[in-house]
Design a protein around this ligand. Structure first.
Ligand code: AMP
Ligand code: ZN
Length: 465
C-alpha cells in the first residue's frame, strides 16, 4: 500500500516496523461537547484505514485518546456546575453513541489523558533530566532550541517560528517557540501532584504519553486532521524523540478539512453541525458514505445534496444485496453454470480495482467506484437463471468490500416486508408525480399494516408503529 506521509510530503510504500502488525495512534476528541461532522471525518476515514489494513491481513492495534482535561473542559464544567470528570464521562458516552451510529468501530484502546498522569510526568521528568525542558515556578516548558528537528513535520524552521510567535502576558518562556508541558495549578482548577507542585499537563504531552504506553516508543502510523500538524504533532515529535532518542512515528497521515462554504467547520467559527443533530435529518450511513465520497486529504464541502446522493447510492447497494439474498433461496447448485466463469472473473476484476484504489493512499472514491461497478454487474448479469454458486460468490464479495468501507451495516431483517416496500415505492413515485392525494392514501395503507412513514430529506423513513 502507498500512503502519503506528511513528513516526507510524498507517497511512500507502507512497510510496518514489525512484520504483520500495525500500530496506529489517532488524536481523538476533546470531550466537552457533542462532536461535529468535521470531527467525524477523521473518525470515519481512519476507521476505514484500520478496516482496510485488517482486510489485507494485518493485526492492527488502533489507539484513539480522549482529551479530558484542558481549558475548554474546565470552562464548560464550571458553566454547567459539574466536575471536569463528570463532563468527560458524559461526553465520552455521547461520543460512543454517535461514533457507533456512524459505523466507527471502537478503538483497541481509548485512553483518557487524566488516567495517564504518571506516564506524562515521567516523560516531562526525562526531558528535564536531559536538559530539554525547564521549570519556571510550577510550570515546565519545552526548550525548542534543544531539539534540532523542531519544525520538520510542518516544514518550518525555528527562526521563523520564533519571530512569528508572541510571548503572552504572564508567560515565562525563554523563547516564543517554547511550549508548556506542565501547568501549575490556578485556583479552582483540577490538579495532580507532581515533582513541580500541584498542576496539570499541557495538551501535547498527553499524546506522547498515551501513544508510547500502548504502542511503544516508535510506531507505524499517527493520524489526525491537518490542523494538528502544527503545533500539536510537531510538539509530540519534539517530546517523544527528545525523551526517547529514537524516531517516533514512521508515517504521518492527515485528513483534509470538512468545510462549510470553503471555510473549515469549527466550534469557534460557529459554522458547525453536530453529528447528533445531523442524525435527526439523515440516516447515519448516508453521512458516512458522504464523508468517504472524497479522498481523505482533499477538502470536502458540507453539502445536503451530496448526503442525499449518498442515500440514493446506498439504496442501490442495498437493493443489490437484498436481490442476492432473495436469489440464494431461489437458485441451486454448488458448481458454476456454463458461461458463468466469465462473470466470476469480472467480479474478481472489481475486487482488484477496489484494492488498487485503497492501495493508492486510501482512495475511497476510487474503491467505491469499483463497488458500484460490481452492483451494476449484479443488476444486469445475475438473475433467477443463475447458479447458486455465482449468487453466493457475488454476495460474499459485495459484503466483504462494503465492510471495508463500513457500509451495508443494516441487517436484512431491518429491511421492510415486501408488501410494505411495494407501497413505499409507490408512494415515492406518487410524491415525484406530486400526486399528494395518492401519497396520503398510501401513507394510510402503510399505517394500517403497522408501519409509520416520515418524510425526511433522505426520503421516506419507515418505522414499525
Ligand atoms: P478536536 O476535538 O477539535 O481536537 O478534533 C478532533 C479531530 O477532528 C482532530 O483530528 C481534528 O484535526 C479533527 N477536525 C476538527 N475540525 C475538522 C474539520 N472541519 N474537518 C476535518 N477534521 C477536523
Ligand atoms: Zn494528539
Amino acid at each position: 500500500m502507498k500512503v502519503f506521509n506528511t513528513m516526507s510530503r510524498k507517497k511512500e510504500d507502507f512497510v510496518p516496523i514489525h512484520e504483520g502488525k500495525v500500530g496506529i495512534y489517532a488524536c481523538g476528541p476533546t470531550v466537552y461537547d457533542y462532536f461535529h461532522i468535521g470531527n467525524a471525518r477523521p473518525f470515519v476515514v481512519f476507521d476505514v484505514l484500520r478496516r482496510y489494513l485488517e482486510y489485507t491481513g494485518y493485526d492492527v492495534t488502533f489507539v484513539q485518546n480522549f482529551t479530558d482535561i484542558d481549558d475548554k473542559m474546565i470552562a464548560r464544567a464550571n458553566e454547567e456546575g459539574i466536575t471536569v470528570k463528570e463532563l468527560g464521562d458524559r461526553f465520552i458516552e455521547e461520543y460512543f453513541k454517535d461514533a457507533t451510529a456512524l459505523g466507527v468501530r471502537p478503538a483497541t484502546v481509548h485512553p483518557r489523558a487524566t488516567e495517564h498522569i504518571k506516564e506524562i510526568i515521567d516523560i516531562v521528568q526525562k526531558l528535564i533530566d536531559k536538559g530539554i525542558a525547564y521549570q519556571v515556578g510550577s510550570d515546565v516548558y519545552y526548550d525548542t532550541s534543544k531539539f534540532s528537528g523542531y519544525g520538520k513535520l510542518s516544514g518550518q524552521n525555528l527562526e521563523d517560528l520564533e519571530s512569528g510567535a508572541r510571548v503572552g502576558v504572564g508567560d515565562d518562556k525563554r523563547s516564543p517557540a517554547d511550549f508548556v508541558l506542565w501547568k501549575g495549578q490556578k485556583p479552582g482548577e483540577p490538579a495532580w501532584e507532581s515533582p513541580w507542585g500541584m498542576g496539570r499537563p499541557g495538551w501535547h504531552i498527553e499524546c506522547s504519553a498515551m501513544s508510547t504506553t500502548y504502542l511503544g516508543e516508535a510506531f507505524d502510523i499517527h493520524c489526525g486532521g491537518q490542523d494538528l500538524i502544527f503545533p500539536h504533532h510537531e510538539n509530540e515529535i519534539a517530546q517523544s524523540e527528545g525523551a526517547f532518542g529514537k524516531s517516533f512515528v514512521k508515517y504521518w497521515m492527515h485528513n483534509g478539512f470538512l468545510n462549510v462554504d470553503d471555510q473549515k467547520m469549527s466550534k469557534s467559527l460557529g459554522n458547525f453541525f453536530t453529528v447528533r443533530d445531523i442524525l435527526n435529518e439523515y440516516e447515519a450511513e448516508d453521512v458516512r458514505m458522504f464523508l468517504l465520497s472524497a479522498h481523505y486529504r482533499s477538502p470536502l464541502n458540507f453539502s445536503r445534496e451530496m448526503i442525499q446522493q449518498a442515500h440514493a447510492s446506498l439504496s442501490r447497494l442495498y437493493v443489490a444485496r437484498d436481490k442476492l439474498i432473495f436469489l440464494q433461496g431461489h437458485t441451486k447448485g454448488d458448481e458454476l453454470l456454463p458461461g458463468e466463469e466469465a462473470t466470476v472473473e469480472a467480479i474478481n476484476g472489481y475486487v482488484l480495482k477496489f484494492n488498487a484504489g485503497m492501495e493508492d493512499d486510501l482512495n475511497t472514491a476510487e474503491a467505491m467506484g469499483a463497488l458500484f461497478e460490481l452492483v451494476y454487474l449484479i443488476n444486469t448479469d445475475i438473475s433467477d437463471k443463475s447458479g447458486k454458486k455465482l449468487v453466493d460468490t457475488a454476495l460474499e464479495t459485495l459484503l466483504r468490500l462494503a465492510d471495508v468501507l463500513g457500509l451495508l451495516m443494516k441487517k436484512p431483517e431491518d429491511s421492510l416486508p415486501e408488501d410494505i416496500q411495494k407501497l413505499v415505492d409507490e408512494r415515492k413515485q406518487a410524491r415525484l408525480d406530486k400526486n399528494w392525494a395518492l401519497s396520503d392514501s398510501l401513507r394510510e395503507q402503510i399505517k394500517e399494516k403497522g408501519y409509520l412513514v416520515e418524510d425526511t430529506k433522505s426520503g421516506q423513513k419507515v418505522t414499525k408503529a
